[in-house]
Design a protein around this ligand. Sequence first.
Ligand code: SF4
Length: 469
Amino acid sequence: MSDSAEPVLRVEGLKTHYDSTDGFLDRLFGRSRRVRAVDGVDFELREGETLGVVGESGCGKTTLARSVLRLIEPTAGSVYHRGEDLTALSSAELRDRRTDLQYVFQDPLSSLNPRLTAGDVVGEPLDVHGLATGSERDERVRELLETVGLNANYADRYPHEFSGGQQQRLGIARALAVEPEVIVCDEPVSALDASVQSQVLNLLSDLQEEFGLSYVFIAHDLRVVEHVSDRVAVMYLGEFVERGPTDAVFEPPHHPYTEALLSAIPEPDPLWDGDGIRLTGTVPSPIDPPDGCRFHTRCPRLVPDANSDLPADVWRSVAALARRAASADDVTSLTATRGADDRTARLGESTRRSGGSSPRSDPATGSGPTEASRETFGGLVREEFDLPETLPDADAEETLGEAIDALYDDRIGTAATLLEPAFTSPCERHHPPEYEVGVDHGIACLRYDDGFDEEAGTFEEGAEPAGSV
Ligand code: SF4
């Protein structure tokens, strides 16, 4: 990797929002649904390095990858290649620039024209950019096939006649044909068997060394990213939440989302000494991302309110109930987002048995509709949200009791209003900026704010974290 100060690629404030309005009713009522797939991403790619971008499915990685090369038009922001803004180029100028910037797709077969032979798949970019003709073209095609480990005599075969790994080699040869300096690799091995994965990763590594390539490497698999990357960016719901040198990102301190991803690796890194925290639920919709820190609806380290006397985990459980009460339409849907392994969503089940909106049925007998007692109902709520029989703080217990009374009476809005003042986290009010935690290592989490008291597990009294409210 070069120490050159000027990055080969610099991305500033990149946003890609698109309209997902669909269906007759959306159009009839003029409803617009803007998907904020990429929502303000900055990064630099240095010469000869690999930047890994990792995150769960639906976090915006592929949209980011395509927006960087303008395969999808970004909504805002800039992408500078060698100092020139790609977002300001005309279509013709951009086409010329594609000799420097190439893309390798996740699904090799669907990205290769099935009517072209392997030779023409690889030779097409040479034709488009007028780089070689006649025997020189044929020779270059043979050379490219051999460079990626394919037999040059296979040039007359069609893509479907190759294995998955060979198809991806073909995609890489096609990208190499124009002698690019940057390749954006979008999940290039995720569709391949494990043994083939490592062959393709080794090929990419060899090519990088031989041709001085720079990669943006998109993946959902943290182990793959660790293997190939010099630096890593962790993406969640359209934003980077952590970025830094690979070694730094894989060792504490971590963003709680990174920590959860690391924790989910089946065979953790021997260096990993985390607690093994569990990430529940899926990435929320980018149409209406959560306020404050976008990870707050799933964060196992959610910062409790500074005035709470409850243990942090208990406070988080009540806060989860408060959030669900604030967003649920009725008591049945209070449990609707719980996972399939949830204890059969018994609270919702009790409601369904009673024929809809009333929670008053008896799940124990299964013979509804019958009136479930307030006590039974309260027990189900506490079980559902992992709450103790009695909270260890009298005021908090009184508030929770009143909220459960309100839920029992189908007054879900009242329950939300009761819980909201004491069970709203600073993480719901403040969008965290990126805090520098080491050399070239930033984490967008309020726990790294100066006002956060590590020992107390919350903010010092009167301290307001940075970040937009
Ligand atoms: S800001 Fe809060 S919700 Fe976001 S990652 Fe940090 S602790 Fe979790």
